[in-house]
Design a protein around this ligand. Structure first.
Ligand SMILES: Nc1ncnc2c1ncn2[C@@H]1O[C@H](COP(=O)(O)OP(=O)(O)OP(=O)(O)O)[C@@H](O)[C@H]1O
Ligand SMILES: [Mg+2]
Length: 400
């Protein structure tokens, strides 16, 4: 017997052997995907066309994590999506089993060990840490105190030349209206200690380039966090004649990928000074704009790249006076979709569509430089498939 609380109504969920400890599930139900270090038993299971991550854990912890993940999804924060909790599990001999938390497998995600296993450059380390810091700051802005910030509790997605980080383990998390400085500091301390520990482990295993020092890396996380938090939230005092600096600030936040949804402005009693402080900032400035224009769901830097390409397309086709949404539809029809149509179906699962398009753009740029001519996107896509994509490892399957 068992009990399922789930957002999915797929009847195939009910056919799974919940009465067996997760560690003993038959291989034919499982999918071999890379995953990070974990205390609990974690397995990926196929349910119809979907892959779910299953984590066996105590009932209270599973229910708490399920609720936390639901809250994070509601707050539109980057996290794995909860699908359900299975409780009241018993073996055939009547012995009680732990609960299972089900989350949707985050497609194209990479645990950090998968990235380090192949040898990693110092620059990539910085990009991973930057992504992790953005995630932590976004969670804190949303009132979420994580309690277990670590590289193994983050999943990375490729995002044009950068990475985007997603939360994967919310077991220790707490949601508050607003976090106090002390609560944020506690998370920062945990991040510093765990990043240091994680990098020491990588070093001991021989996966770290000699130029990367665990101490420096953890200090970098601390500095980046403070700088980004400050940029997003600090109070700024301006004179009456400096009002244009408000716009500069809003623009700078936009460049960082954040939109200001609410700005608190207070004037001094004599009216000569004003203080300005962003109150609500939402990440995903470019991703939202691209989504509105094209319906494409991408990461932030991918969106930036695609929007730039759309602007270049607008200039080349001389469509300056034309409405932006019409240009976007033409760009989709004439550039984005034709380029992706070149990718053979058996290679299309190697990277997500926006990442593929980003890489085709890179490939085209190098080809155009080499051959001193404008290269049509479809021609670049053909070259990219042949020279690059067909040689790329299948990240999801081999990364472990
Ligand atoms: N939805 C998911 N999509 C992709 N990978 C996942 C998902 N859920 C879990 N994983 C993988 O499983 C690993 C372990 O999950 P998780 O961190 O939740 O386990 P844990 O036992 O609670 O960890 P800890 O030891 O930190 O408590 C993650 O690092 C991640 O690689
Ligand atoms: Mg974990």
């Amino acid at each position: 017997m068992y009990r399922i609380l789930a957002t999915s109504t797929d009847p195939r969920l009910l056919e799974l052997p919940w009465h067996i400890p997760l560690a003993d599930w038959p291989a034919e139900l499982l999918v071999a995907l890379p995953h990070g270090i974990s205390r609990h038993v974690v397995r990926f299971i196929r349910v119809g066309d979907e892959v779910l991550a299953a984590k066996e854990m105590p009932v209270e912890a599973a229910s708490h994590e399920y609720r936390m993940l639901q809250d994070l999804v509601r707050l539109k924060l980057p996290t794995v999506e909860p699908v359900g909790v299975v409780t009241d599990r018993y073996c055939a001999n009547g012995e009680a089993l732990g609960a299972i938390l089900l989350t949707r497998h985050l497609h194209f995600s990479l645990p950090y060990q998968a990235l380090f296993g192949r040898g990693i450059q110092a620059e990539t380390v910085t990009k991973l840490l930057d992504a992790m810091v953005v995630l932590l700051v976004r969670l804190h802005l949303g009132g979420f105190m994580w309690g277990d910030v670590s590289l193994s509790n983050v999943l990375f997605l490729r995002d044009a030349g950068q990475f985007a980080a997603y939360l994967v383990d919310a077991e220790t998390g707490e949601l508050h209206d607003v976090l106090s400085d002390g609560q944020r500091a506690a998370d920062q301390d945990i991040a510093i200690v765990n990043v240091f520990g994680g990098f020491c482990d990588l070093e001991a295993a021989g996966h770290l380039d000699a130029s990367v020092d665990p101490m420096q890396v953890s200090e970098y996380v601390a500095e980046r966090y403070l700088a980004l938090w400050d940029e997003l939230t600090c109070e700024q005092e301006l004179g009456n004649d400096e009002l244009s600096r408000i716009e500069t600030r809003v623009r700078r936040l936009g460049e960082l990928g954040f939109d200001v949804a609410e700005l608190a402005v207070t004037t001094s009693p004599d009216g000569t000074r004003i203080t300005v402080q962003p109150k609500v900032v939402d990440a995903g400035h470019h991703a939202r704009r691209l989504m509105r224009l094209t319906g494409l769901d991408t990461q932030e830097n991918q969106a930036r790249r695609l929007l730039n390409d759309m602007d270049a397309y607008r200039a080349i086709t001389n469509q300056w006076g034309v409405d932006e949404s019409i240009v976007a539809q033409c760009w989709l029809r004439e550039q984005f979709l034709p380029a992706l149509a070149v990718i053979p179906p058996e290679l299309s699962h190697k990277l997500d569509p926006a990442q593929l398009y980003h890489e085709i753009l890179d490939y085209r740029w190098f080809q155009a430089e080499r051959e001193h001519r404008a290269v049509p996107i479809q021609e670049a896509a053909v070259g990219y498939v042949c020279d690059v994509l067909s040689h790329l490892p299948d990240e999801e399957v081999t990364a472990g």
